[in-house]
Write a protein that binds this ligand. Structure first.
Ligand SMILES: *Cc1c(COP(=O)(O)O)cnc(C)c1O
Length: 230
């Protein structure tokens, strides 16, 4: 087995162990392989090792790789920051968007989603104050924005996402994930179940699963350390 296949196996094992430890079915947790800055060959190695969905942050780089890997039928998730003038690339190339923070971006994505594609799956990014990136809406804004986005026919609102700053202990890591789950439980409705909790990265995978993550976004633990971005 190559390195990526071995690391993928290790990550899957971590997910299984955490699922068992916290009494969750293993299949309730989807592994999103974060492939930003990695060449298409690395992604292909992961696909050959059974990985299906990939997360990308940088649009130009992502669009090239998506084209190179068009034969592979992978699922593509945009997890970077959305810029208004780039929404069309997102709407035409991706299956999911995790970092939606404004109704303006939602409307643009809705309008630009090609008819031949299914509705774009989206998650609202929530800023829980200890946020690494400063992006995201406040918890108080979430219910209203969720309602507005729910009315857009070319978007499918799946749930909430957060990107907390790194924390040392398991207990500290669990706090923002617990807050995201509780917010989801507050604002979900029968017509808007918000099943997805997109939370947890290489360094806080167990904490996220403990608090109910349904998508974990894992880069380094699968592909190795990233080169610093230009
Ligand atoms: C880069 C990135 C990840 C993956 O981080 P790792 O620590 O490499 O696992 C997850 N989510 C987002 C939004 C990212 O930008």
């Amino acid at each position: 087995m190559n390195t990526i296949a071995t690391r993928l196996d290790d990550v899957r094992q971590c997910i299984r162990s955490a699922a068992t430890k916290y009494g969750r079915p293993n299949h309730s947790i989807q592994l999103l392989a974060v492939s930003k800055t990695r060449p298409a060959e690395d992604i292909r190695s992961a696909i050959e090792a059974g990985q299906h969905s990939f997360g990308e942050n940088y649009l130009q780089e992502a669009a090239e790789k998506i084209q190179q890997l068009a034969d592979a039928q992978a699922e593509w998730h945009f997890i970077g920051r959305i810029q208004s003038n780039k929404t069309k690339i997102i709407a035409t190339h991706f299956d999911w968007v995790h970092g939606l923070c404004s109704f303006k971006h939602a409307q643009r994505l809705n309008d630009q989603r090609p008819d031949k594609l299914p509705p774009l799956n989206v998650c609202l990014q929530i800023n829980l104050s200890n946020e690494q990136s400063k992006a995201g809406i406040t918890p108080a804004e979430a219910a209203e924005l969720a309602g507005l986005i729910h009315a857009l026919p070319r978007l499918h609102l799946k749930g909430l996402m957060t990107l907390p700053a790194p924390a040392e202990t398991l207990l500290q890591q669990r706090q923002p994930f617990q807050a995201l789950r509780e917010l989801r439980d507050q604002i979900k409705t029968d017509t808007l179940p918000l099943d997805t909790l997109s939370m947890g990265m290489s360094g806080d995978l167990e904490a996220a699963i403990a608090e109910g993550a349904t998508i974990v976004r894992i880069g380094t633990a699968i592909f190795g350390p990233r080169n610093h971005r230009k």
